[in-house]
Write a protein that binds this ligand. Structure first.
Ligand SMILES: Nc1ncnc2c1ncn2[C@@H]1O[C@H](COP(=O)(O)OP(=O)(O)OP(=O)(O)O)[C@@H](O)[C@H]1O
Ligand SMILES: [Mg+2]
Length: 374
């Protein structure tokens, strides 16, 4: 999948950016605070996912401006598509179009442009809280199966309702039996989500294991394992319409008294963990900085490969500032591993040896390098 044309104006500090990236490597270089990451973020937002930097919609508009627009022509093995976003201070005036059809929200674009972004914060994938890994796997699955987002959103709603009810029961407003209806819904969706997440984790484990051993010259192995708060051995399960529901319900019932006391649901997919190990030990507790970084990169590369395998197109790869932190052999390894994909690389240096097109970012304006490599 490639972006054939990209235009960004008024998004953060970017002005009148309009260019045709090449299908291979595109290096965007420039000094600090010029707008390189903003450009990567603009591409990411076109993919219909919340900003990886956590930027709120109103903060996407230039401080002294009143609109932000991002648009792209993309092409995958199936067809060309047009994406368009125009934001203004008033959310009701936002205009989002996918192939000319108006969408209500940015998420309406989800599924058209598929990207995998690498940022220095990826270290959090292995070192951060379980929530970071849970959301990562959720995103990976939704990229392959957009309907997963809907199921997952419903689960989150049920969880909010159940937690509110737990508090009402504790204060005598509601009865414990009122939980039955929520428990059943939770168990049905929870069983299904467990199977999807566990299967994805197993797949990611086999991809990232291989990549990690290549990056680290076979010095040690990494592994990923889905740890369920409901099922002792989730990897052996697939009967999400059968006994898994009963077992989920049983866990919820057994935890009921404790849940009421604490005012929240203690077990369920929202508390599950994806355990990352390096050389057999938990990465976040025992891994070195370099080991954790390699593990995080292996997970991201794994995400790209699985996506390519499942949907038939390699996603667009966004490498924000990550190459500069790696030694040259790891850098070459990653770029070689991603050969064939369209890649955007940001860097403070021009990266002389890198093939492909080069663009210079200065004060939010992008110029094509006169000295293009191709
Ligand atoms: N809404 C906004 N309006 C205008 N400028 C903004 C807005 N939000 C952020 N900026 C500015 O955009 C500038 C560029 O940010 P960006 O993170 O893209 O820089 P960068 O080129 O990636 O730098 P670095 O090399 O340090 O990573 C920052 O100085 C920031 O203050
Ligand atoms: Mg940056």
């Amino acid at each position: 999948m490639i972006i054939e044309k990209l235009s960004v104006d008024g998004f953060k500090n970017l002005r009148d950016v309009s260019f045709e990236p090449c299908g291979g490597i595109n290096v965007v270089y420039g000094e600090n605070a010029q707008g390189k990451t903003n450009l990567v973020e603009a591409v990411w937002i076109l993919s219909g996912v919340k900003s990886f930097r956590g930027t709120k919609e109103r903060d996407m508009i230039r401080f002294d401006g009143d609109f932000a627009s991002i648009s792209a022509s993309i092409r995958d093995s199936q067809r060309p598509q047009e994406l368009e976003i125009k934001l203004s201070g008033n959310p009701r005036e936002r205009r989002i179009f996918l192939n000319g059809v108006r969408q209500r929200a940015l998420s309406g674009l989800f599924g058209a442009l598929k990207c995998v972004v690498f940022t220095p914060e990826d270290l959090e994938l292995t070192k951060g809280s379980p929530d970071v890994r849970r959301s990562f796997i959720d995103l990976c699955i939704s990229q392959i199966r957009p309907s997963y987002q809907v199921t997952f959103g419903k689960y989150e709603n049920v969880l909010i309702q159940r937690n509110a009810l737990l508090k009402n029961i504790a204060s005598g407003i509601s009865q414990p039996s009122d939980l039955d209806v929520w428990d059943l819904q939770m168990a049905k969706m929870g069983a299904y989500i467990t199977v999807l997440k566990c299967q994805y984790t197993q797949k990611l484990d086999s991809f990232s294991k291989k990549i990690y051993s290549e990056i680290s010259n076979n010095s040690e192995q990494m592994s990923l394992k889905y740890i369920s708060t409901v099922y002792p051995e989730p990897e052996s399960r697939s009967d999400w319409q059968g006994e898994m529901i009963e077992e989920y319900l049983e866990v919820l019932r057994n935890n009921r008294a404790e849940d009421i006391r604490l005012g929240f649901t203690g077990a369920g997919i929202h508390r599950d963990e994806i355990e990352v190990r390096i050389g057999g030990r938990i990465a976040k507790d025992f891994g070195s900085q370099g080991q954790n970084r390699s593990a995080a990169i292996s997970m991201k590369l794994g995400q790209a490969y699985i996506l390519a395998e499942e949907v038939g197109d390699m996603p667009v790869i966004l490498l924000d500032d990550v190459l500069s932190e790696l030694d040259s052999s790891r850098r070459d390894y990653i770029v070689n591993r991603l050969r064939g994909a369209q890649i955007f690389i940001t860097s403070c240096e021009r990266i002389e040896k890198m093939e492909g097109k080069k663009f210079r970012m200065k004060a939010g304006r992008l110029s094509t390098d006169s000295d293009e490599g191709v």
